[in-house]
Design a protein around this ligand. Structure first.
Ligand code: NAD
Length: 300
């Protein structure tokens, strides 16, 4: 029997993810508030649904890819939990706050449904290519079923722990990434001021204790890493506005849990400044040009 998937939220990420579920031979019932997004999903092999309730009514798997916690709480609380079959697997892949993920998961459990928070690492290109990494928060007994449901969209699926652990893994990882990218940008800016060739610094630090992903896989200095957005005037990649969203979630989580994250707070402030200067749609590594005093180079 063909697996029935309900896919809610067909934006920049959801479009490619829903298409990959359809490509895997699953019947995808798609819904989005935007008609243009729905039309695109239909062109990619999905069936249009007129509402969330209609999309989920016969679903084996429900997947949501929505902007923020408020949307996820509303879509599950008002519609999915009331209309999905009790056997359905519910998977929220949006990046949202840990509290919302846990609250929706508890509500689902109380209604007799299995729920996972499963945010992704990877952007629009990975969503289209089916090469996202998923960090899954769910009951251990349910994990194998969730892993199978996510496989058509994934290069890797990790069980992070219980409800909310997927979101926790995502914001901790991205806080580390945001901080390490700023450190990498500052180091390049200082190297340049000191008259050290940035390319030479790259070679040395890549083989020394400063080595990190932000340097060797995603160099903010154009040149050394061919695929990095720094070689395309920081277009595409991971948008500053999205990094800022994740750092805000990390700071909210730190405040609620009592964790001490001073560098996370500094990183949030710096990305907020960069975003406020009008560079929210540039890749997050473009921060380098702010430290170099060369913001105008981004405007060309
Ligand atoms: P997007 O704004 O492009 O898409 C969200 C879609 O949800 C829109 O099409 C919108 O119409 C739809 N929507 C909103 N409320 C709805 C509702 N009640 N019912 C049905 N549809 C509704 O956002 P995106 O870039 O696809 O991001 C989605 C999620 O993925 C976010 O949580 C984001 O943080 C996360 N994320 C994005 C990226 C990225 O590179 N874009 C990477 C990793 C994670």
């Amino acid at each position: 029997m063909t697996t029935q998937v309900a896919f809610i939220g067909l934006g920049a990420m959801g479009a490619g993810m829903a298409a990959n579920q359809a490509k895997a031979g699953r019947q995808v019932h798609a819904f989005d508030l935007s008609q243009a997004a729905l039309d695109k999903a239909v062109a990619a092999g999905c069936r249009p649904a007129a509402s969330v309730a209609e999309a989920v009514k016969d679903a084996d798997i429900v997947i949501t890819m929505l902007p923020a916690g408020a949307h996820v709480r509303a879509v599950y609380g008002d519609e999915v939990l009331a209309h999905a079959p009790k056997s359905a697997l519910l998977i929220d892949c949006s990046t949202i706050d840990v509290d919302s993920a846990r609250a929706v998961g508890e509500q689902a459990r109380a209604a007799g449904l299995r729920f996972a928070d499963a945010p992704v690492s990877g952007g629009v290109m990975a969503a289209e290519a089916g090469s996202l990494a998923f960090m899954v928060g769910c009951e251990a007994d349910d994990y194998a079923a969730f892993e199978d449901a996510l496989t058509p969209m994934a290069r890797a699926v990790f069980h992070a722990g219980g409800l909310g652990s997927g979101q926790a893994a995502k914001i901790c990882n991205n806080m580390l990434l945001g901080i390490s990218m700023i450190g990498t940008c500052e180091a390049f800016a200082l190297a340049e001021k000191l008259g050290l060739e940035p390319e030479r610094f790259f070679e040395i630090a890549s083989k020394s204790s400063g080595q990190c992903w932000s340097l060797t896989s995603y160099s903010p200095w154009p040149g050394p890493v061919e695929a990095a957005p720094s070689n395309r005037n920081y277009e595409g990649g991971f948008l500053t506005a999205l990094m800022l969203k994740d750092l805000k979630l990390a700071q909210e989580a730190a405040a609620r849990s009592g964790a001490t994250t001073p560098l996370g707070a500094q990183a949030e402030a710096l990305y907020a400044l960069f975003d406020g200067l009008g560079y929210g749609q540039k890749d997050f590594s473009a921060m380098l040009q702010m430290f170099r005093g060369k913001l105008a180079s981004l405007d060309g």
